[in-house]
Design a protein around this ligand. Structure first.
Ligand code: BTN
Length: 335
């Protein structure tokens, strides 16, 4: 869903984070001052924070870099650009994954990318909600088709490595990986991956890789997050990196990964995954459905399964679940 054109123009005028008078904005938009006020009100209701000061006008609480398809495409290598067969940017969607899953069903090709400035029903793993306030995060989904269903084994771990590489390219350090595919900084969640697969005829399948990365979350919507979280502006301690540039790095890494995954497989990414794993040797509880299993995280198997040292019960492998640190753990982050 796109915002009405006037609303989008208003946002681009205010994106610099400086004050703009109501009269000036109304003149630029060819609208009345009360129409401008109405749009600001609507945007506030969608989670954008403004200040309004008599005699000065309106300003966004924080400058905003709007997503821009041309900027993203211009930052990509020729190889990556050719692998993109559609790039859609929405102001608001329920969920970029839900949207692309339905597009997959109607035959959209590999290399279809969907981005949204905000999601009203963003989805996380294990049925969790994912908060995505306007302009505060990266909400990216990418559709890819595989000839063989078996080719996608371990893909979600490899995607974690691809995101880690993209973050390093952007100069962001200190990020760790947590099984199966969380990105953490000092045990606080920076981002996550929701990988959804639909089987098709003759062993083929379509995969939607959904990535959520917190860039600069406003405090209001962030209150709804039910776990320790962080964002790139906190990690950097100031102005976050350009979302458009970061999306280009992400697409560059993801498209290379997906194009070669059937031949390379998880083994090409495992060493790197293990290098950035930030839970190794830590006491944890694994939640699988309504069961809990205590142990010490021992790493991941060659197939990408979680290895949990369960003491007398021995070393066990798990294919799914949610790993949570035991309360008596200290913090740790990657190098
Ligand atoms: C998790 O860690 O639980 C996974 C979070 C994945 C969130 C992203 S945001 C883009 C895409 N659309 C969604 O609804 N979810 C994923």
């Amino acid at each position: 869903m796109q915002f009405p054109i006037h609303c989008k123009t208003l946002l681009s005028l205010l994106a610099d984070g400086h004050f703009h008078s109501g009269t000036g904005l109304a003149r630029s938009l060819g609208l009345s001052r009360s129409a401008v006020w109405g749009m600001i009100h609507d945007l506030q209701a969608r989670g954008l924070a403004f200040s309004a000061v008599p005699g000065k006008g309106y300003r966004l609480a924080k400058p905003l870099e709007l997503l821009d398809g041309d900027t993203i495409l211009a930052s990509l290598s020729e190889t990556a650009r050719q692998r993109i067969l559609g790039l859609e940017i929405h102001d608001e969607l329920d969920s970029t994954n839900t949207f692309l899953m339905s597009q997959a069903a109607s035959g959209r090709p590999s290399g279809t990318v969907c981005l949204a400035e905000s999601q009203t029903a963003g989805r996380g793993r294990i049925g969790r909600a994912w908060q995505s306030p306007y302009g505060g995060a990266i909400c990216l989904s990418l559709l890819w088709r595989f000839e063989e269903h078996g080719s996608v084994a371990g893909l979600s771990l490899a995607v974690g490595v691809a995101i880690h590489r993209a973050l390093r390219r952007a100069g962001i350090k200190g990020i760790g990986l947590k099984w199966p595919n969380d990105l953490l900084c000092e045990d606080r969640k920076l981002g996550g991956i929701l990988l959804e697969v639909v089987g098709e005829a003759h062993g083929r399948c379509a995969v939607v890789v959904g990535i959520g990365l917190n860039v600069q979350l406003p405090s209001g919507p962030a209150k709804a997050i039910d776990q320790a979280w962080t964002d790139l502006s906190q990690i950097i301690g100031g102005k976050p990196p350009s979302r458009n540039q970061l999306i280009a790095y992400l697409l560059e890494e993801l498209l290379d990964l997906l194009a070669h995954y059937p031949t390379r497989g998880l083994s090409a990414y495992l060493d790197e995954w293990r290098q950035w794993h930030c839970m190794g040797g830590r006491k944890a509880v694994l939640h699988v459905g309504d069961k809990t299993i205590e142990g010490v995280v021992a790493g991941v198997s060659e197939a990408g399964l979680l290895l949990l040292d369960c003491g007398e019960a021995g070393l066990k492998e798990f294919a799914s679940g949610d790993v949570r640190l035991r309360a008596d753990q200290g913090k740790r982050s990657a190098q």
